[in-house]
Ligand binder design. Structure first.
Ligand SMILES: [Zn+2]
Length: 331
């Protein structure tokens, strides 16, 4: 088997990996290319299998438009920029009036924040629930992939894809499609898991970002640079930023680790907590003493992780990479 990026021979990194969150009942292997530091899930899912996979196994967001709106109520622009939900996004590099396309808009949290900050916003998400939330928030979101050439005739000053690249069956085609839609001096901002992170080294096959079969591609600085070069792009900013929730979930995920074909309830539980935390309309659910104690334990673990993650990010070994790309200039 050959590397998608450089065609060198791949070697086996982890055998018999399975969906340890949502119980998709098949085995997958992780193959690694030493030459360009790229890893891929095999067998890769074909594009036509993906809608059914997500429909059947991946939990849809229960977020509604009011929750997204309530999150930013009464905030000044600095507070909105801090809370926009895209770690490491280089807001200082952009004009507030810029035309922004967010690929994988999801619950439209980031897109809505960017609109409040004055950006002209557009979004894409294959999940129809994204389009529904967007309509209620007066946002323009299409149920499509970037490769389908949505918003015909338009170009964008910035194209963002927050935790999307690793899900994309063909990252080269994805980046080419993004490059084609850039306006002059336009930027592409990608964030995705860091294959060279300390978390990956420490947790090995239990790293939460293997997330098979939904994650297909894994990059380091070296492999994302190689991919950028293929699309005639250059990297103008690179950093690693570890979202605090990732560290907490990494440790939590090991608790009652599921067998193949079993779901790990903590993922659904964490999502419910996040969604109820953003829902100011509903009355707070009553918690038992045991529930409060559990929360305190996890809050303490999160605090302990902070200095570790800070150091990892400083040394480029954090768990998520954020990279800013632009078209190569000939001069
Ligand atoms: Zn390679």
């Amino acid at each position: 088997m050959k590397c998608t990026l450089c065609k060198a021979a791949l070697r086996l990194l982890h055998k018999n990996m399975y969906d340890d969150r949502f119980a998709y009942p098949k085995y997958f292997d992780i193959m690694y290319c030493k030459q360009c530091q790229f890893a891929q899930t095999t067998p890769p899912l074909e594009s036509r299998e993906i809608p059914e996979l997500y429909e059947k196994y991946y939990p849809h967001s229960k977020t509604n438009a009011a929750q997204v709106r309530n999150n930013f109520t009464g905030m000044n622009p600095t507070q909105i920029a801090d809370k926009k939900g895209a770690e490491g996004f280089p807001i200082d590099l952009l004009k507030p009036s810029a035309k922004l396309l967010d690929v994988g808009a999801g619950a439209c949290y980031f897109l809505y924040a960017m609109k409040l900050l004055g950006f002209e916003t557009f979004g894409l998400d294959p999940d129809p629930s994204a389009k529904k939330i967007a309509a209620e928030l007066d946002l323009e979101v299409e149920s499509a992939f970037l490769e389908d050439k949505p918003f015909p005739g338009m170009s964008f000053d910035v194209i963002t894809a927050n935790q999307v690249l690793e899900h994309t069956p063909d990252p080269k085609a994805f980046l080419n499609a993004a490059t084609e839609r850039l306006s002059k001096n336009g930027l592409i901002v990608l964030s995705f898991p860091n294959l060279n992170s300390w978390h990956r080294r420490i947790f090995g096959r239990f790293w939460i970002n293997w997330h098979v079969p939904y994650h297909i591609n894994f990059f380091t600085k070296k492999s994302i640079s190689a991919l950028a070069k293929m699309s005639d792009l250059e990297i103008i900013d690179y950093k690693t930023v570890t979202p605090p929730i990732w560290s907490r979930m990494q440790i939590r995920s090991l608790w009652k680790y599921p067998k193949k074909g079993e779901a790990n309830r903590i993922w659904a539980a964490e999502k419910a907590v996040l969604e109820s935390a953003t829902n100011h309309d509903s009355a707070p659910a009553k918690k038992s003493l045991k529930g409060h104690l559990k929360n305190m334990v996890w809050a303490t673990i999160s605090l302990i992780c902070l200095p570790f993650d800070y150091l990892a990010d400083k040394l480029g070994r954090g768990d998520s990479i954020t990279v800013v790309l632009r078209k190569k200039t000939s001069d």
